[in-house]
Design a protein around this ligand. Structure first.
Ligand code: GDP
Ligand code: IMO
Ligand code: MG
Length: 423
């Protein structure tokens, strides 16, 4: 069984929570794109785990893999594994594999990301984790791969080759080129290379072998459909492809192997950073949702912009990902909001549109057309079935399901693993 889970909106839909919930059924859990720009939260028995690189199945027995399509900052991974160990969760090389071809995020990528973002007159609002510059180097074939990091001589040779080019680029952007000569981080990276050398793996081979043996594999997406570098809201996107098909390409698994694609859909919408968000709420309702939903970035702590559920975007996401099922999250956050609005279409230059325009510029000009629902007052966080949902909450879920035309599998009513039921 091969299941792919992706975020259907702008990230932070609750992927971490749902992956953790399902992880007990899987033998392998694999990250296929992105890096430590991701922040996936898992809450078990009241304890909160914030994961940036470690796949969200870490609390189960499954083996975890970081695929070659990701960009991996070894400092972040080391910190994350140390924190997990302090909490009693040991992640050794039997538990975690990192593909030999995984691109390594270097300190100069972080520096370049910061310099570029500061220089932009129109900001993207990146997480400043060096994601974009690490992917540039991958495509330019100037990356340092996991296999290079694990071998001191190769790492030194690679850095020697790249030194002049990177120093010139940093200097031209107003930064300090001496970072390329700084032995402090170079020695630290050599140390990290030694630490992670035993983790080096062949992810495509492991995944295909597991599937051939009838095992269960779960691919965990990061970010969300509209942050996709090809199909998202350019330029306000991340630098990798976040949609379901990307799991196959990035993991080296044929599309014929996919059994299930689960879309994580928040009951409203949020976005961190810049870029269009047609249903954005800039009023007290937006603040109410932000507060009730704890909508502050897991990675950067920035407040997330909040808006009403956006059906045109959801339709596009279903097309981009080919969802077989949906997990609806954060329904509990909408308690006490009257009326509840669903954006069912847009209006652009006087024309009604059921599907988003392809250009980001046009999307930014779209005006939402709303349908209002009653809303409910009750606290949903202890509800564990459709039958016991207040009638108006049931109506909201049923209305969304009939508009999206993809079966809802899970309904999530709180951050805890247990605050979920199967529809
Ligand atoms: P991810 O990036 O998609 O994994 O999502 P994040 O973890 O960044 O953000 C989702 C936030 O919502 C986290 O703080 C979760 O603990 C929390 N969360 C997930 N599902 C629910 C839910 O159904 N209700 C509430 N109230 N919080 C949730
Ligand atoms: P998870 O996996 C929400 C956003 C940033 C910025 C844009 C580009 O937790 O859902 P980058 O640093 O990737 O170059 O920033 O993408 N972004 C996210 N927003 N959730 C994420 O990940 C994100 N990862 C990147 O805020 O707008
Ligand atoms: Mg997140």
């Amino acid at each position: 069984m091969f299941t792919i889970i992706t975020g259907s909106q702008f990230g932070d839909e609750g992927k971490g929570k749902i992956v953790d919930l399902m992880a007990g059924e899987y033998d392998l859990i694999v990250r296929f794109q992105g890096g430590d720009n991701a922040g996936h939260t898992v809450v078990v028995n009241g304890k909160k785990y914030k994961l940036h690189l470690t796949p969200s199945g870490v609390l189960y027995d499954a083996r975890l893999l970081i695929g070659p399509g990701t960009v991996m900052n070894p400092q972040t991974l080391a910190r994350e594994l140390d924190t997990l160990a302090e909490d009693g969760t040991m992640v050794d090389e039997k538990k975690l594999g990192i593909d030999a071809k995984t691109s390594i995020i270097m300190p100069y990528h972080v520096e370049l990301d910061s310099l570029r973002e500061s220089a932009r007159t129109e900001k993207i609002g990146t997480t400043k984790r060096g994601i974009g510059y690490a992917y540039i180097d991958k495509v330019a074939r100037d990356e340092v791969q996991m296999a290079d990091l694990a071998d001191e001589a190769r790492l030194r040779k690679r850095l020697e080759d790249l030194k002049e080019q990177k120093a010139a680029q940093i200097k031209s952007m107003g930064g300090d080129p001496h970072i390329m000569e700084d032995e402090t981080w170079i020695k630290q990276y050599i140390e990290l290379g030694r630490r992670f050398a035993p983790y080096v793996a062949d992810v495509s081979h492991e995944v295909n072998t597991a599937l051939d043996a009838g095992k269960n594999v779960l691919a965990e997406g990061a970010q969300g459909a509209f942050l996709d570098v090809i199909h998202g809201t350019q330029k306000f996107v991340t630098s990798s492809s976040c949609i379901a098909g990307s799991a196959c390409a990035n993991l080296g698994v044929g599309p014929t192997k996919v059994d299930e694609v689960l879309g994580i859909v928040k009951a409203y919408i949020t976005r961190v950073g810049e870029g269009p968000l047609p249903t954005e709420l800039l009023d007290s309702t937006g603040e109410q949702i932000q507060k009730a939903g704890g909508e502050f970035g897991t990675t950067t702590g920035r407040p997330r912009r909040c808006g009403w559920f956006d059906l045109p975007l959801a339709k596009k996401s279903i097309a981009l990902n080919g969802y077989t099922h949906i997990a609806l999250t954060k329904l509990d956050v909408l308690s006490g909001i009257y009326p509840l609005r669903i954006c069912v279409a847009y209006e652009l230059d006087g024309v009604r549109m059921e599907y988003p325009p392809e250009s980001t510029f046009d999307l930014a000009r779209c005006k939402p057309v709303y349908e209002d629902l009653t809303g409910w007052d009750e606290d949903l966080t202890a509800i564990l079935s459709m039958d016991t949902l207040p009638p108006s909450a049931r109506e909201y879920v049923d209305r969304l399901e009939s508009l999206l035309r993809v079966p809802f599998k899970y309904i999530s009513v709180g951050p805890g693993r247990e605050q979920t039921f199967i529809k």
